[in-house]
Design a binder for this molecule. Structure first.
Ligand SMILES: NC(=O)c1ccc[n+]([C@@H]2O[C@H](COP(=O)([O-])OP(=O)(O)OC[C@H]3O[C@@H](n4cnc5c(N)ncnc54)[C@H](O)[C@@H]3O)[C@@H](O)[C@H]2O)c1
Length: 248
């Protein structure tokens, strides 16, 4: 018996990084997993890893910023998983503008980051909630960041976007708990993923601060620890947990 046997779990952003580790982890604990991402080749590799381990997963190419696609894919995924969604683990996100001064930030940096990280969080939550409200049960986990809540982001747009997803999670929690829906946002620190490595390199290019680059690169943690937290939050073991969870 796995802890997540019978759970129908949607994981976004599962082609790489924390989302990939999370999809593999929850599948290994018995969940049926629907994967949304835009990186088809890497998402297929996630699916292969799950299937080789005896797990059950399917992939949909979904840009989380486009509502028609999100809505249709959520319907298809819910149908494939047996008519509902028990858990949304929303990991899709981007970071741009690392190391730019505020006077250098422009719309080509600001708009896509806010779009993917805030609008994407709203759209996947909205469409997963259609099922969870009907079921009168569910778990929604968004991914914010220490950077969006406590400060210190290398990117103005990213810090703002993660404050936005944190506020969204708190608002969802206050409105959806009466439907039996538990809502969290996880606030990771600095993890060894393609997003973080690319942002650290971008910051070096924009600031020239090699000491900061080397310090950050030497202190990245593997994403599996946060995947374990995601699997716990997806499980009934977390029934007494509420709100935001800060991690390494
Ligand atoms: N790595 C860290 O240190 C760190 C720290 C705090 C928060 N986070 C957050 O954790 C989440 C996962 O990040 P990661 O570090 O694993 O990054 P990552 O780049 O490895 O993974 C992000 C995934 O999101 C997907 N994605 C991007 N835009 C998308 C879109 N429009 N529609 C669908 N999928 C899209 C990417 O293809 C990728 O698979 C992000 O929200 C990130 O902001 C990461």
């Amino acid at each position: 018996m796995g802890r997540l046997d019978g759970k129908r779990i949607l994981v976004t952003g599962a082609a790489t990084g924390i989302g990939r580790a999370t999809a593999i982890r929850v599948a290994s604990e018995g969940a049926r997993v629907a994967v949304f991402d835009v990186e088809d080749v890497r998402a297929s590799a996630t699916l292969s890893a799950i299937e080789e381990d005896g797990g059950d997963a399917r992939y949909w190419h979904v840009d989380v910023t486009a509502e028609a696609g999100v809505s249709a894919a959520v319907d298809e995924a819910a149908h494939w998983m047996g008519g509902g969604i028990d858990v949304l683990l929303h990991l899709a996100g981007i970071l741009k503008g690392a190391g730019l001064d505020i006077t250098e930030v422009d719309d080509t940096v600001w708009d896509p980051v806010i779009d993917v990280n805030v609008k994407g969080s709203y759209l996947v939550s909205k469409h997963a909630a259609r099922y969870m409200k009907e079921q009168r049960s569910g778990v929604i986990v968004l991914t914010s960041s220490v950077a969006g809540v406590l400060g210190g982001s290398s990117s103005y747009a990213y810090g703002a976007s993660k404050g936005g997803s944190h506020g969204l999670a708190m608002t969802l929690d206050s409105h959806l708990s009466r439907f039996g829906i538990r809502v969290h946002d996880v606030l990771p620190g600095a993890l060894d993923t393609p997003l973080k490595v690319a942002a650290t390199e971008e910051s070096l290019r924009n600031t020239g601060d090699r000491e900061a680059y080397e310090h950050t690169m030497a202190n990245l943690s593997p994403p599996g620890g946060v995947a374990a937290v995601m699997a716990f939050l997806a499980s009934d073991d977390a029934a007494y947990v509420r709100g935001s969870i800060r991690t390494i």
